[in-house]
Design a protein around this ligand. Structure first.
Ligand SMILES: Cc1cc2nc3c(=O)[nH]c(=O)nc-3n(C[C@H](O)[C@H](O)[C@H](O)COP(=O)(O)OP(=O)(O)OC[C@H]3O[C@@H](n4cnc5c(N)ncnc54)[C@H](O)[C@@H]3O)c2cc1C
Length: 493
């Protein structure tokens, strides 16, 4: 895969006239740049942040003929790192519409990828069909969830399992007496690193320039110019901030108002099957994604102030090419970070977090190391696994690592132009949900930036997409902007 650094831009000669700057700056051997010589008169769209969001946006803009540069410092605890992500269905409202379109786009990317790749296992590298099982405390709850799923148009391939049925169907799973499992067979297990690669490959194939080893340090929004830590100066037409947990740091370097977001350090435990468990011997790997559903289990957690609160533990089976261990974690239970990098300076996340979702009140002033253990989260996950997946070795995890969630105070995504500068587009706040939505968010953000900036001579009707699809995307983008615009934090109705 090419990156800016690897592309060894021969030399950057800065001169007075903008078009020449762009021309010289982009001087490298990327054929397709010169094929669109006339495009160079337009300054490129620059994306700060190459996690799954920045990479999906770059792929979408480039594949529609837009000129795009992606810059990423590849932070090791970013949100997109790790081996697997799940795509579950049960979303409502705009999230329901987005997940449906995103699933189609993932499948389209898989097809494109299949055609390019000569992988020998005959299956795509990007994701695996998977099922998702929600373990619920009672039959009533399970029926309620089933009806909601059907009402939201996700009702095609679902089923309920009582204790006996579940333990027969999935030999590694144990249920408590009255528990019922709700299984949706229509999910995807996403191979996260391969999807990130595929998005960056797609972007580069369509002419994007990708640099995964530089940090954007200064941004002069009045000159539409940014400076990296290697003193690379870049002029931009539009700037997209897909900087995840570091969005407020990047906004600070833009001199734009920061956003009421907070960052929590979630923890993943990788658990291997116990050596001497009988299951392993007599069934061929009942721990793999082809045999086991992704498990979401509802737990009741007693908080420091003695309140009983609901939360979710999720356990991800093994995937081909993955870590040969179950990935287990509890949702929204990480410590909150109070560094300026993350929250609005002077404000504490505790002032505005939603205690029904985040009921842990631990603050941390420094960023965690990627392998720093949090015993609080570990204890919750261990107790769940002890009950529901007792053949896993929960005493000595194979690996423990951290990964960051970025959340807005209202827990909705943040996507759209910054109210103080319409050339700066924000794309953040994806909590522990965003990966599955990346392709459709990439499409909507490219719709936002391209509809105004694509040079006239690019015929964008025929190539981009057929009319119905174009219309669907246009309507979805308008709805997304209405719901997720960062302006909602600045202008009260
Ligand atoms: C433990 C965990 C489990 C999850 N499980 C799921 C799941 O099952 N399904 C699902 O759909 N989602 C899941 N998610 C959520 C999903 O992974 C995130 O929502 C998504 O990865 C967010 O991607 P991003 O690109 O916005 O952020 P990031 O991946 O954090 O990318 C931001 C990038 O910006 C770069 N950056 C920041 N500042 C600068 C700068 N100044 N210059 C250059 N680069 C910069 C950083 O280095 C980083 O690479 C999970 C998340 C976690 C943490």
């Amino acid at each position: 895969m090419f990156t800016f650094a690897r592309k060894n831009i021969n030399k950057i000669i800065l001169s007075a006239s903008v078009p020449t700057i762009i021309g010289i700056f982009l001087y490298n051997d990327k054929k397709n740049i010169f094929a669109h010589q006339e495009i160079i008169n337009e300054k490129p769209i620059v994306i700060v942040g190459g996690g799954i969001m920045g990479s999906s946006i770059a792929a979408s803009i480039a594949s529609k003929g837009g000129q795009v540069i992606l810059i990423d410092e590849s932070h090791n605890v970013r949100s997109s790192w790790g081996d697997t992500r799940g795509l579950q269905n049960g979303y409502t409202g705009i999230y329901g519409k987005l997940v449906k379109r995103s699933k189609r786009l993932w499948e389209k990317l898989q097809l494109e990828d299949d055609n390019n790749s000569n992988l020998n296992h005959g299956r795509g590298r990007l994701f695996f069909q998977s099922s998702n099982m929600l373990i619920l405390p009672s039959k009533e709850e399970a029926i309620k969830v089933k009806n909601e799923h059907i009402a939201n148009g996700h009702g095609t391939n679902i089923n309920l399992f009582n204790k006996e049925q579940a333990e027969t169907a999935f030999s590694a799973v144990k249920f408590e007496k009255n528990e019922v499992g709700f299984v949706d067979y229509n999910c995807l297990a996403i191979n996260a690193p391969e999807c990130l690669n595929a998005m960056q490959d797609k972007a580069e194939t369509h002419g994007a320039i990708i640099n995964l080893s530089e940090r954007v340090e200064k941004i002069n929004t009045s000159k539409c110019e940014l400076l990296t830590n290697n003193n690379n100066r870049i002029l931009y037409s539009k700037l997209i901030l897909a900087s995840g947990p570091w969005t407020n740091r990047t906004l600070k370097s833009c001199n734009l108002s920061q956003l009421p977001i907070f960052v929590s350090a979630e923890q993943l435990l990788y658990l291997e099957p116990k050596k001497n468990n009988n299951i392993k011997k007599n069934s061929n790997n009942c721990y793999s994604i082809s045999k086991m559903p992704v498990i979401d289990g509802e737990i009741t957690n007693v908080t420091a102030d003695g309140m009983a609160k609901k939360s979710f533990v999720y356990c991800f089976p093994m995937v081909p090419g993955g870590k040969k261990a179950f990935k287990c974690a509890v949702h929204c239970m990480g410590e909150f970070y109070t560094s300026d990098f993350h929250v609005v300076p002077g404000s504490s996340p505790l002032n505005f977090i939603d205690p029904t979702v985040y009921h842990r009140k631990t603050l941390n002033t420094r960023q965690p190391n990627v392998d720093e253990i949090d015993n609080y989260q570990k204890a919750i996950v261990t107790s769940f696994v002890k009950t529901h997946l007792p053949t896993l070795n929960f005493e000595t995890p194979k690996m423990i690592c951290r990964c960051l969630y970025t959340s807005a105070i209202d827990l909705d995504f943040i996507i759209g132009p910054h109210p103080e500068d319409k050339n700066v587009i924000i794309c953040t706040g994806f909590r522990g949900e965003g990966f599955k939505f990346a392709p459709v968010i990439g499409d909507c953000v490219s719709e936002i930036v391209l509809s105004s900036s694509l040079p006239k001579n690019i015929d964008n009707n025929s190539s981009r997409y057929d009319d119905d699809d174009a219309e669907e995307l246009k309507v979805l983008t308008e709805e997304l902007l209405k719901k997720f615009s960062p302006a909602r934090f600045f202008y009260k109705e």
